[in-house]
Design a protein around this ligand. Structure first.
Ligand SMILES: [Zn+2]
Length: 304
């Protein structure tokens, strides 16, 4: 990502605004107040008397900028730093902590933490499709994150453990959830909501999968400890989910000391997002994040 960091949009707020406009308005600006997109009825405010990036709508006599209604609108963090943060978080394989972002952007820890969470939120899709389908293979795997006392003062209690379930279409998307436990009933309730049961399911030998497995078009179990990968001719592997988990665990344990239950869904969304965008480049990924941020309505008041 080194060459990309020279991008003027990461250093200049006017360039950053232009970049955001190009991403959010590929066909020219539209008025967020009345929905007008007739370019004849939209005028750009020019000169020093106007706020930068201000547009006027002749349809409703309203004014707007590209950040109206988004979390960036009232944020004191400069737009160029928002864009740089989106790029860094999107490009990093291991994830970026608020502390790292604080140093890289030269902002306060509080601002960096705020940026991290808003960007994770932007990585969360508004709507997700089902995982798998007819003729497709879905791997399911569960893991426990947290609970390790590593990196913590010995006197403190280890952070709470959380069970996470991930469903991965071997050739498609992944979807991860926080689950209360890995009992059959809990896993089933989560899986039926997300996985298409016309798929072929591949899991480990956890007994909880026994009955739900029968609801799928087929179910293959793999014994992690035995040399079954060879025996089954390479078909029954959970390598996809496992490689994704190892990535997540490295990030969680290596980058973030602990994750609270309240924030866990955002971290999981970040890892799903990275998996689901694994075939596109860093610039395209950053643009998707920017779209996610500008496309979400502001539902609370940011404090910085
Ligand atoms: Zn309007």
């Amino acid at each position: 990502m080194s060459a990309d960091l020279q991008n003027p949009a990461f250093h200049n707020d006017d360039k950053a605004r232009e970049t955001l406009e190009a991403i959010r308005w590929p066909n020219g600006p539209f008025c967020p107040h009345c929905g007008n997109s007739d370019q004849e009825k939209i005028a750009k405010g020019e000169g020093k008397a106007h706020r930068p990036g201000l547009y006027y709508c002749a349809e409703c006599n309203g004014q707007f900028t590209v950040t109206v209604g988004t979390v960036m609108e009232r944020s004191k963090i400069p737009l160029s730093k928002w864009l740089l943060a989106m790029h860094l978080m999107g490009a990093s394989k291991k994830g970026v902590s608020a502390l790292q972002l604080q140093r890289m952007l030269g902002v306060t820890y509080k601002s960096a933490w705020f940026l991290c969470h808003r960007i994770r939120e932007a990585m969360t899709p508004a709507k997700r499709g089902p995982i798998g389908g007819q003729g497709r293979t879905v791997e399911s795997d569960e893991t426990v994150i947290g609970g390790k006392a590593k990196n913590r003062a010995y006197a403190k209690k280890p952070p709470k453990k959380h069970s996470v379930l991930t469903l991965v279409d071997r050739d498609g998307d992944s979807h991860s959830f926080h689950v209360a436990n890995v009992k059959a009933r809990t896993l089933r309730a989560a899986m039926v909501k997300v996985a298409d049961r016309k798929s072929h399911l591949v899991t480990d030998e956890l007994l909880s999968y026994g009955s739900i497995g029968k609801e799928f078009a087929g179910h293959t179990t793999v014994n992690h400890s035995a040399n079954e990968y060879v025996r089954l001719g390479g078909f029954a592997h959970v390598n996809t989910a496992e490689s994704r988990f190892s990535l997540m665990k490295r990030a969680v344990f290596g980058t973030h000391h602990s994750i609270s239950e309240a924030h866990l869904p955002r971290y999981l969304a970040e890892w799903d997002f990275k998996w689901n965008t694994r075939k596109i480049n860093d610039g395209e990924r950053a643009a998707l994040i920017a779209k996610g941020i500008t496309g979400k309505r502001l539902t609370y008041r940011p404090t910085h």
